[in-house]
Design a protein around this ligand. Structure first.
Ligand code: MGD
Ligand code: MGD
Ligand code: MO
Length: 744
């Protein structure tokens, strides 16, 4: 989130929800949207292929065809440029490449958009008028946007929409991506992914060297852990296609088949293609599941050996920080000591490190701190968990500015929860000068945190900043820095400037460094463990990451500007010709991934005419194992089901409450209960994915070890998720794809 829930309550006059159902997935968050309606008379617009509980509260509901959001937003931009509703100052002074967007938008007339998206043109016009002429307006999205083969394009076009309307960096505006489960923002920030080091450091040599320094180990020792040096700079297998590393049914680009799988905190049936995973699990030498519950990955196989389940403590038995959807940290205390033989997640990792003989290196930084020259030195004999881990993160992670997240400050905030303003998040009394949760960037232990990103009307030391200068100073002969008229409040530098490096600091800040300062300073602000760059910038009111233009053109992506492309399995073959998928990708996270060839393999819609959408249930979360072990939560949805329109059901002779088969183009199928619902139209069905324990009609109850079977089991909708992955993130296409149904 660029802004936060309190800000929406306080300031938003229009809220556009696209591809999320916060009423169910984040009811407390949704309460803030409803409060904005009450307090500010905010208009709530919901764009969703399904009439959701959020849609039921909307002033305007737009029923869109799945996977066509880019076309819809270009349609909005078409009208915005036509009527002059854009913010010309922002486009001229703080953006790069909007001309290319304008050109593309010209193609998306209301008629064209109606044909692609199924949204009547008058509704597009009404929606655009309300959203573009009401200021400030906020934009919220989640998985209906990201879970597509065009997921990253979707997120880009939405950010561009807010940029063009001048809603970025403003109270009540911004792009508010409502994050998922508990601490998902924290795990994102720690980059539990295959293509980044913690804190969004890439896989370059400079990043690895930074961490070698932060961890007090040599770069060479890290390099030696890889099969060959070059592998440390390559993306790993992604979570979505890990099984290809085992099965190698698609061409893979790795040194060997994967032999072991360590599952710690992922439900597995929450991933697409359960039957492939089941086959991969059979082939592994070893699978370890480290979990408070029995993870249903264990049920996907009946192999008698090579599967270990280790008991892990729940969050109530742990202590440390978690990060909320608005980048805010919260300290959490242990409620009870771990029960029985359960270990906390980190204890398990420590035990692993001991067995593999690198415990000393693994925990070394917990005993250390940077001295005043930025060198790592040992400062204590034993470490304290989790405080010293928090300190390690705070001093290492500069990219998102975690320098202010000291355990002392976060614990003091925990004790003073009542001393923060609900709307502005500002602290009172002992908390004065801090925002609640010190939302990142909180550059230093004195910094208050940043409640709203990219706000140039606030001094940097109070949480202000421009756009990041991440992509050089110019491209195609045009400056990528903000115009000279764009000065961050209180900055000694007028207009835009690049990110601060050792090479440019004297020139940009107009200062002279001493020889000693030059000797200890890191190459740039991201790796400067001496903290000098930060200090010098603070003295001048300058933001270390520069003051740049937001770029609408990403020259290193396949689609330099977002492009509408039909889902791989599209119900509109006629549109596939005009808006085809990208070329097949070679070595995308180590796997060859199909796009155009899958789309063109056959006219999928002939055999599979019905679109699939995913939904969440308020009583179950993720793969659902955790809640299905609760009798009371299970009782609310005692079995897996599918929402289906009565007309569609009638065509297939299916009655309300009867069982039906859903078949996928992958050749897989699930047997689920039909529940008549008017939330869907006859061309689409909607299903939750939080069940497991039944696979393609076969009950796997006998596979649960005694006493571990949850109160409810059922088919996972991910058994029939269609093939398809976003080329940048490799998120599966959970929210498009086709199926065929029949009476069971
Ligand atoms: N079809 C479809 N599939 C989807 C989605 C969709 O919309 N549609 N959404 C996707 C999204 S966004 C997500 S985030 C995933 C979520 O899916 P998962 O990542 O599978 O999330 P959960 O099922 O909530 O949690 C996984 C496991 O973690 C265990 N666990 C809980 N606390 C702890 C702990 O402290 N330590 C350890 N080690 N384990 C713990 C739980 O018991 C649970 O079994 O699903 C994805 N899959
Ligand atoms: N109770 C409960 N709460 C949860 C979770 C849970 O499992 N249970 N999961 C948590 C997690 S991990 C996450 S990531 C969040 C997810 O939060 P949300 O994204 O709000 O959850 P979903 O229900 O998946 O909502 C996605 C919506 O997008 C719509 N949609 C599908 N395709 C398209 C499309 O092409 N375009 C548009 N515009 N919309 C589309 C779907 O119909 C659906 O209503 O929820 C979190 N909160
Ligand atoms: Mo999620």
């Amino acid at each position: 989130m660029t802004n936060h829930f309190g800000d929406i309550v306080g300031h938003s006059k229009a809220i556009l929800m696209i591809g999320l159902n916060t009423a169910v997935s984040n009811p407390i968050g949704f309460k803030h949207f409803l409060q904005a309606k009450d307090r500010n008379n905010a208009k709530l617009i919901v764009i969703d292929p399904v009439f959701t509980k959020s849609a039921a509260k909307a002033d305007i509901y737009v029923r869109i065809r799945s996977g066509t959001d880019i076309a819809f937003v270009y349609g909005m931009l078409h009208l915005i440029f036509k009527h002059g509703w854009e913010d010309q100052e922002v486009i001229k002074n703080q953006a790069y490449g909007i001309d290319a967007i304008k050109k593309e938008a010209l193609k998306y007339t209301p008629e064209v958009v109606e044909d692609i998206t199924g949204v009547p043109k008058d509704l597009l016009i009404q929606t655009t008028r309300v959203f573009a002429t009401t200021k400030p307006a906020t934009l919220a999205w989640a998985l209906g946007i990201t879970q597509h083969t065009v997921g990253s394009g979707n997120t880009r076009i939405l950010s561009i929409l807010q940029l063009v309307l001048g809603n970025m960096g403003k109270k009540g505006g911004g792009c508010n991506i409502v994050r998922g489960h508990d601490n998902v923002q924290g795990s994102t920030d720690m980059c539990c992914v295959a293509d980044n080091l913690p804190g969004y450091y890439g896989l370059s040599e400079a990043s690895w060297k930074h961490y070698a320094k932060c961890w007090g180990v040599s770069f060479e020792s890290l390099q030696k852990r890889f099969f060959a040096p070059e592998w440390m700079h390559k993306k790993g297998f992604s979570l979505s296609l890990w099984y290809e590393g085992v099965l190698q049914e698609s061409k893979t680009h790795s040194s060997a088949p994967i032999k072991g799988l360590w599952v710690q905190g992922n439900g597995v049936s929450s991933l697409a293609h359960n039957t492939k995973m089941a086959r991969a699990i059979e082939k592994l030498d070893l699978m370890v599941i480290a979990e408070p519950f029995l993870n249903e990955a264990a049920i996907l196989t009946d192999r008698p050996d090579g599967v270990y389940v280790l008991p892990v403590a729940t969050q109530f038995e742990c202590e440390g920080i978690v990060v909320a959807t608005n980048r805010a940290a919260q300290w959490r205390s242990q409620v009870v000591k771990p029960l029985y033989e359960a270990k906390q997640d980190h204890e398990l990792m420590f035990e692993m490190a001991k067995k593999f003989g690198f415990y000393e290196e693994y925990t070394k930084a917990l005993l250390c701190d940077f001295d005043k020259n930025g060198e790592l030195v040992q400062v204590r004999q034993t470490f304290q968990w989790p405080e010293d881990a928090t300190r390690e993160m705070a001093r290492s992670i500069k990219v998102i500015g975690l320098g202010g997240w000291t355990p002392e400050r976060l614990k003091a905030q925990q004790e003073n929860w009542h001393m923060f303003d609900y709307i502005s998040q500002e602290g009172y009394g002992p908390m004065k000068g801090q925002y609640y949760g010190l939302p990142w960037p909180a550059w230093t232990p004195q910094h208050p945190g940043t409640p709203i990103l990219y706000d140039i009307s606030t001094p940097t030391k109070e949480g202000g900043m421009g756009f990041r200068a991440r992509f050089g100073e110019e491209h195609d002969g045009q400056s990528l820095l903000a115009d000279k008229s764009v000065t961050i409040k209180g900055s000694a530098i007028k207009g835009g400037y690049p990110e601060i490096t050792k090479a440019n600091i004297e020139k940009v800040l107009g200062i002279k460094l001493t020889d000693h300062e030059k000797a200890i300073m890191g190459d740039n602000w991201k790796v400067d463990t001496s903290g000098l760059i930060q200090k010098k910038c603070d003295e001048k009111g300058v933001c270390v990451y520069g003051n740049a233009r937001a770029r609408a053109i990403v020259w290193n992506f396949i689609d330099q500007i977002p492009k509408h492309r039909e889902p791989l399995h599209s119900p509109r073959p006629d549109l596939v010709q005009k808006y085809p998928a990208i070329k097949d990708q070679v070595n995308n996270f180590r796997v060859d991934v199909r796009y155009a060839s899958e789309q063109n393999k056959q006219e999928w819609a002939k055999e599979f005419p019905i679109v699939i959408a995913s939904m969440r249930l308020v009583n179950l979360s993720g793969a659902g194992m955790l809640e299905r072990t609760s009798k009371y939560l299970s009782h609310i949805t005692p079995e897996m089901f599918c929402h289906i329109h009565p007309d569609l059901a009638l065509n297939h002779g299916i009655k309300d409450g009867e069982m039906m088969w859903v078949h996928s183009p992958e050749g897989t199928k699930i047997k689920v209960k039909a529940i008549f619902s008017h939330s869907v139209t006859p061309d689409r069905i909607c299903m939750p994915y939080s069940f497991a324990g039944v696979l393609q009609g076969v009950d796997l109850s006998h596979r649960y070890p005694e006493g571990t079977k949850p109160y409810t089991t059922g088919e996972s909708s991910n058994t029939i998720t269609n093939y398809g992955f976003d080329p940048v993130t490799q998120i599966p296409e959970f929210n498009a794809g086709l199926c065929r149904i029949e009476k069971a």
